[in-house]
Design a protein around this ligand. Sequence first.
Ligand SMILES: Nc1ncnc2c1ncn2[C@@H]1O[C@H](COP(=O)(O)OP(=O)(O)O)[C@@H](O)[C@H]1O
Ligand SMILES: C=C(OP(=O)(O)O)C(=O)O
Ligand SMILES: [K+]
Ligand SMILES: [Mg+2]
Length: 529
Amino acid sequence: MQGGQLIVEENTKLSSVLTPSKPGYIQSLTKIVGTLGPNSRSIEVIEACLKAGMSVARFDFSWLDGDYHQETLENLRMAMKNTRKLCAIMLDTTGPELQVCNKTGNPIDFKADSHVTVTSDLSKEFCAEVLPVDYADLAKMVRKGDTVYLGQHLFTGHETTSVWLEVLETKGQDVICLVKNSATLAGSMFTVYVSNVPINLPTLTEHDKQVISKWGSRNNIDFISLSYTCHAEDVKELRDFLKKQNLSETQIYAKVETVEGLKHFDEILQEADGIIFGRGNLGIDLPPEKVFLFQKYAVDKCNIVGKPVVITRVVDSMTGNLRPTRAEATDVANAVLDGADGIMLGAETLRGLYPVESIKIVGKICAEAEKVYNYTLHFKRIIKHVEEPMSYAESVASSAVRSAVKVNAAIIVVFTSSGRAARLIAKYRPHVPVVAIVTPRLQANSLKWTFSGAAQARQLLGVRGVYPILGSPDDVVSGSSSEEPGLRLAIKHGRSVGLLKSSDRIVVFQKIGDSAVVKIVEVEGQLLA
Ligand SMILES: Nc1ncnc2c1ncn2[C@@H]1O[C@H](COP(=O)(O)OP(=O)(O)O)[C@@H](O)[C@H]1O
Ligand SMILES: C=C(OP(=O)(O)O)C(=O)O
Ligand SMILES: [K+]
Ligand SMILES: [Mg+2]
């Protein structure tokens, strides 16, 4: 296990600590997933989020319903149009999550050392003494000494907006608990999490299936974040379900956020398209001193197979503050140095006071960490795990990344239809942006012709360092295999956004028929090699 890949000797000069960073078109190669909700759903705020660097929008169905999320999504679409920035759509399932409703919505104060009864009797009213939970078997599942957390995204009992309880005893359908911290719960709904107690509900619930078949299908979603993934079977089941819903292109990011998921991490990774390392829940399921270890293990495994891994819960304190804590800021950088592809913001953007600033500051920290990332070490570590003889594509893709270093290229351009070629390049972690020209593919069923490509392009927004551009279907229709239009498009785009200037070098990776080639061009069009 590696991680903490920093080139101290070569790149880290003390003076660079004092030199202000210049913001570029690309805020960071690391991708930022923002959860959209009450404080981040107006067109104006979403536009600012996109400009700040959010490239995947998460719709968390633990909170609010399809109609609410639909309105937010329409605003996102408008914001994309206005800013001309593409953003992928991620549906986050509720899964076997327990919830408490506060029908009156009045804030309720909990006092440390008082007692509270968590009950499955839903006829009871939510108050400081009684918490009615929508799960009949709770009293059967918990034991004396277990820990129960209650909150809205944040729930460690450290914040004054979440409560931490210790189970004292169970009586019938009631669980009597000791309140461990004083807090005020304001809002109408809270999620309940019992640390280390597997809830006997399926990972993909009937409610999730309904949401996917209605909201997911209507919006042709790019990603599903499968909450509380425990086994590879969970991913397979979702994959089968997606096929039946005509959503077979939707990618599955398994959210690993329990000890059960940890135990089956390797098999889950084989089945999933990406991993979300859910530290919100894991951070309370695992002893605090163990969380970093699993993070390093998980990120390393994802890097080796070239699947994106997204780290969650990085700047909790920014939910209410304009600056992260020192520990949070350092943690974001360390996640990048571990090899994370993306950072996910939850409460910070959903209900936090500073959604845009949270994205900006996380992007800035990521960008700084990327400057000192040890790309050479990463490359060596990845290639060591690839069996020989390699596939031609893998061999040429890795060479493209090395060439980009050797010729000091400004960008790598890759042509892809499925996104596979771009992912292969990203696996070798280039130090420069990868512009992926997604070539549409003509598909026919007995009734109509359609082009695939838009979803594949948006899905690349989840891959570290990759910036997709939709190629023109005209090239495909006319059967043109000429490289010119696509490359010209990449250069034009690169120049217009300031990624490229005259005489910059570009490494191009493309597959033509069965062969894969890498070539180096100069921006003015002159071939170097
Ligand atoms: N210079 C180019 N201009 C336009 N299309 C290209 C160029 N080079 C390759 N292509 C096309 O891009 C597509 C990418 O190849 P493909 O095997 O589909 O990649 P992947 O496995 O990533 O989906 C192919 O259809 C190929 O013909
Ligand atoms: C992202 C997480 O979960 P949630 O969907 O509850 O935010 C997490 O546990 O880190
Ligand atoms: K969720
Ligand atoms: Mg969670």
